[in-house]
Design a protein around this ligand. Structure first.
Ligand SMILES: C[S@@+](CC[C@H](N)C(=O)[O-])C[C@H]1O[C@@H](n2cnc3c(N)ncnc32)[C@H](O)[C@@H]1O
Length: 251
């Protein structure tokens, strides 16, 4: 399954990067994401790990906010885009190849662990949550962003909207998203396709030993521009899930 994941993201990295460059250069999106980070993370500089960083958008925004950021991804091609984007934005991020389920970091290394659009695609979410918790310092926060990409029945409106948005991407970016469809057997084998999210994410967080676990479904309105909404709105609500590694001071 991991080979399929690497091949899928390596082959799509340059196209995916177009959307990320748009995010990095859009004041509205850029400041929307930064205010979400400010809401959940301390404003003083933190050691942050971004897992499955892709072309590095979240890492770069966090570095621009003054945090010390490390980032991993399985795809070399995504990391190549991430390094180029960081150079262009004039920030330093420590990018390296790494697996979300087997992280190349010591226990208790980070004040915060973040990831966006990643948990849905890991083969073993329990192993991933256990790793993410392991590398957090006691008192550190896990913050993820994700969506119900393939789970649940989509309405006729959502299905029609998805094709319309692909047509829009074809015209505006010369990118054929029909060619990027994931293999049905692969999608069916993903845990997230059959999950009830974000409720199941909260259970995964709590089973990994995290406390103060909360989810919120109001991410779209905080970070989407109109153009994002046209492109992405058919997926439905995206969500935030967060939790804290206990440090012994909890009641
Ligand atoms: C949808 S992209 C999201 C990229 C980025 N986080 C963003 O928000 O734009 C999913 C990313 O997760 C990476 N990925 C998938 N499985 C992974 C794993 N087990 N370990 C590390 N990275 C992984 C892929 O290579 C890809 O870059």
């Amino acid at each position: 399954m991991k080979d399929c994941i690497i091949q899928y993201w390596n082959s799509g990295a340059n196209g995916y990067n177009k959307g990320i460059q748009r995010l990095l250069h859009s004041h509205k999106e850029n400041s929307g994401w930064k205010s979400v980070f400010s809401e959940y993370l301390n404003d003083k500089p933190l050691k942050v790990l971004d897992i499955g960083t892709g072309p590095g958008s979240m890492s770069i925004l966090l570095a621009e906010m003054g945090h010390f950021v490390s980032a991993v991804d399985l795809s070399e091609q995504m990391l190549h885009c991430a390094r180029e984007n960081a150079k262009e934005c004039n920030v330093t991020v420590d990018f390296k190849v790494g697996d979300a389920e087997n992280l190349p970091f010591e226990d208790n290394s980070f004040d915060a662990v973040v990831n966006r659009w990643v948990l849905w695609t890991v083969p073993n979410p329990k192993a991933a949550l256990s790793e993410w918790t392991r590398v957090l310092k006691p008192g550190g926060r896990l913050l993820i962003f994700d969506g119900n990409w393939y789970s649940g029945e989509k309405t006729c409106v959502q299905k029609a909207w998805k094709h319309g948005s692909r047509f829009y991407t074809l015209l505006s970016e010369r990118r054929n998203m029909w060619k990027r469809d994931m293999d049905n057997t692969f999608v069916d084998g993903l845990w997230s396709t059959h999950a009830n999210r974000p409720e199941d994410d909260c259970t995964l967080f709590m089973n990994a030993g995290l406390v103060n676990v909360k989810s919120s479904l109001d991410l779209n309105k905080k970070v989407y521009t109109l153009s994002d909404y046209i492109r992405q709105g058919h997926w439905g609500d995206t969500f935030i899930v967060t939790g804290v590694k206990p440090d012994g001071t909890e009641k």
